[in-house]
Design a binder for this molecule. Structure first.
Ligand code: HEC
Ligand code: HEC
Ligand code: HEC
Ligand code: HEC
Ligand code: HEC
Ligand code: HEC
Ligand code: HEC
Length: 413
């Protein structure tokens, strides 16, 4: 890996998060340094399916989550946008459009100018669970490129891929390895990969984010417990007691701290390791106000008083084995684990009729804010709409709060 060249500063066309191109050396699972803590020295992966035998409930609920569906092979089930006639085109303007469809089982995007097709690319890979949207990738030899049209869930429609030229379809954006690092579980990069282009071994790609991305390689654990079914205490696996607060945060920070400057190739960080040995944040941690609300939950959270004055980790509010999004009460209950009458640390907002604090902590203290990085172009439009993201800077937002109370008063009238 000595020939690994960190290059940065250049903006690449990557949706949602502007990501840095990184050079991929030869990647071997066993070649990481830092490694898991404690007595766990496992470097072999068992695959999520192996966990099901003993962790059935977790497995069954986890497979339905956004993480597990963060990327997949293209299929009628995984493509969230409409492929039926009438809803399967995106019009840039009167002349230029893209048709989306399937032909003999191959999904495609085809560019039209004045009614005539002039270019076509397959949809091979779906990136995004569709919770907010999806972007599609296709193979050209061993390189992954991004299709021109993406899907935007809030408007249930096709949109121009974020950051793309506005007048017509663009087919030539090469994606770099970090894209798969955050949206998949593994991919082998082939010799000849450079700073800008990663050549992948197609058959090596493991889609979705699986158990061992967060728990580390677990084959030894599986083998041990399979051989010792009566052992009730966990063995040969990272436990939460083994990990420091920072190690726990790093597992999530790998993908949830925005753009990072890499010093080692993608997929070399393993749960239990120290993320700062692999990459560094690209923002100034002291100027959190400038952080974009998208994709950098880590940076925003660590700038909050809640975080600084407690031992909070992401797990203080999230159970990632389940989908809990859009259930404000679950989250409010987690706030109240620390903010309750006995902690003398309760909300001081003035009570008004109709306000049930315990239902809505997050609407006032973690509001949805527009992303500064992600703008989407909808059909027949030269205007862009921002994507709204839940800020992780837990704080007092007086304007948001009075707006919330105003709406509440209106609704209860
Ligand atoms: C043959 C049974 C078996 C299989 C297969 C198995 N585990 Fe476990 N695992 C256990 C037992 C027993 C425990 C301890 C009791 C518990 O926490 O459920 C455990 C505990 C754990 C813990 C909690 C560690 C702690 O103490 O904090 C994690 C994490 C874990 N397993 C992950 C996995 C993953 C990931 C897989 C699949 C790659 C897997 N397990 C497969 C039996 C198994
Ligand atoms: C390998 C990269 C990766 C790691 C590691 C990771 N995430 Fe994510 N996470 C993602 C991606 C990508 C998405 C968006 C998935 C989608 O909707 O397509 C996501 C979505 C989420 C969501 C929103 C979706 C939902 O179901 O609620 C939450 C919350 C979340 N992650 C929390 C965490 C926490 C907490 C950790 C650490 C324990 C973590 N993530 C670790 C990449 C990662
Ligand atoms: C996005 C990261 C992530 C993924 C993916 C993930 N887990 Fe976990 N898991 C965690 C975290 C974080 C904890 C510790 C929660 C805590 O501190 O209480 C945990 C805890 C556990 C535990 C301990 C018992 C418990 O409920 O806390 C088991 C067992 C476990 N996970 C198994 C699995 C299995 C099996 C899969 C795949 C089907 C999986 N996990 C996928 C992050 C993840
Ligand atoms: C540094 C990690 C990282 C990189 C690199 C990255 N993403 Fe993401 N992406 C995320 C996270 C985390 C989320 C969800 C969290 C959020 O919305 O803030 C996400 C969300 C998305 C979504 C929306 C999914 C949904 O339904 O919510 C799409 C689509 C997407 N990314 C596509 C891509 C593509 C395509 C690339 C590469 C060309 C890429 N991303 C690169 C981390 C990353
Ligand atoms: C792990 C414990 C913990 C959890 C969970 C937690 N907080 Fe806090 N929070 C704190 C601590 C400690 C402080 C600092 C109190 C102080 O400075 O007196 C704080 C401060 C705050 C403040 C004051 C911030 C400021 O800038 O003045 C607000 C508002 C707040 N929390 C809201 C929330 C909300 C909303 C949630 C849930 C989404 C939450 N907290 C979850 C521990 C926590
Ligand atoms: C104080 C509580 C709290 C903590 C700690 C916390 N989150 Fe969240 N997170 C939330 C709430 C509340 C939401 C919004 C849920 C909703 O919209 O229904 C959320 C949403 C998310 C989403 C989805 C974002 C979106 O706009 O769709 C991601 C991704 C996420 N969290 C990741 C993380 C990561 C990674 C960490 C640790 C660095 C973390 N969270 C720590 C409370 C928290
Ligand atoms: C209607 C909006 C709203 C809701 C809902 C709300 N808060 Fe607040 N909260 C505020 C405002 C505004 C302040 C600042 C009040 C002031 O000026 O004293 C505040 C202050 C706080 C503080 C700081 C207290 C201090 O001592 O400085 C904490 C902690 C807090 N809220 C937590 C919570 C928690 C936990 C919940 C959910 C149970 C919640 N809030 C629900 C608007 C809200």
């Amino acid at each position: 890996m000595s020939h690994y060249l960190p290059i940065f500063g250049k903006r690449h066309y990557v949706p949602l998060l502007l990501v840095l191109a990184v050079y991929l050396g030869s990647l071997l699972f066993a070649s990481y340094k830092g490694g898991p803590v404690g007595a766990v020295a496992d470097t072999t992966y068992a695959g999520s399916l192996a966990c099901r035998a003993c962790h059935r409930a977790i497995y069954d609920s986890f497979v339905t989550t956004a993480h597990n569906r963060a990327s997949s092979l293209a299929s009628a089930e995984t493509i969230a946008g409409h492929l039926d006639a009438g809803r399967n085109t995106f019009k840039f303007n009167q002349l230029s459009s893209v048709l989306l469809g399937a032909d003999s089982g191959v999904f495609f995007q085809a560019a039209y100018l004045g009614g005539a097709e002039y270019k076509r690319a397959p949809i091979d890979i779906v990136v995004g669970s569709g919770r907010k949207g999806q972007t599609y990738l296709y193979w050209r030899d061993n390189v992954l490129l991004q299709d021109p049209i993406s899907y935007y869930t809030p408007a249930d429609c096709w949109c121009n891929s974020p950051g793309y030229p506005k007048n017509g379809p663009y087919f030539d954006r090469v994606t770099n390895a970090r894209c798969l690092e955050c949206h998949a579980s593994y991919a082998t990069a082939l010799d000849g990969s450079t700073n800008d282009i990663a050549y992948f071994q197609k058959s090596s790609v493991l889609y979705g984010i699986n158990c061992e991305r967060c728990h580390g390689p677990s084959e030894a654990h599986v083998l041990f417990h399979t051989a010792h079914p009566d052992e009730k205490a966990s063995r040969l696996i990272l436990t939460k007691n083994d990990m420091t607060r920072q190690q726990k945060l790093d597992v999530c920070g790998l993908c949830h701290s925005g753009i990072r400057v890499s010093v080692k190739p993608p997929f070399s960080f393993v749960a239990g390791g120290r993320l700062s040995d692999y990459s560094a944040v690209k923002y100034d941690p002291d100027s959190a106000a400038l952080l974009d609300v998208h994709g950098n939950q880590y940076g925003l959270l660590t700038s909050s008083k809640c975080f600084m004055n407690s031992q909070m980790t992401c797990s203080s509010c999230h159970n990632v084995h389940q989908t809990e999004i859009a259930q404000p009460r679950i989250y409010s209950a987690r706030c109240m684990a620390c903010h309750n009458p006995s902690s003398h640390n309760e909300c001081t907002v003035r009570e008004v009729p109709g306000l049930v604090l315990s239902n809505n902590c997050i609407d006032c203290h973690m509001p949805l804010l527009p992303s500064k990085a992600i703008y989407l172009q909808l059909e027949n439009s030269r205007l862009s709409t921002p994507d709204f993201v839940r800020t992780h800077r837990v704080a007092i937002y007086p304007k948001v709060s009075s707006e919330f109370l105003r709406k509440l008063a209106k609704a209860s009238r």
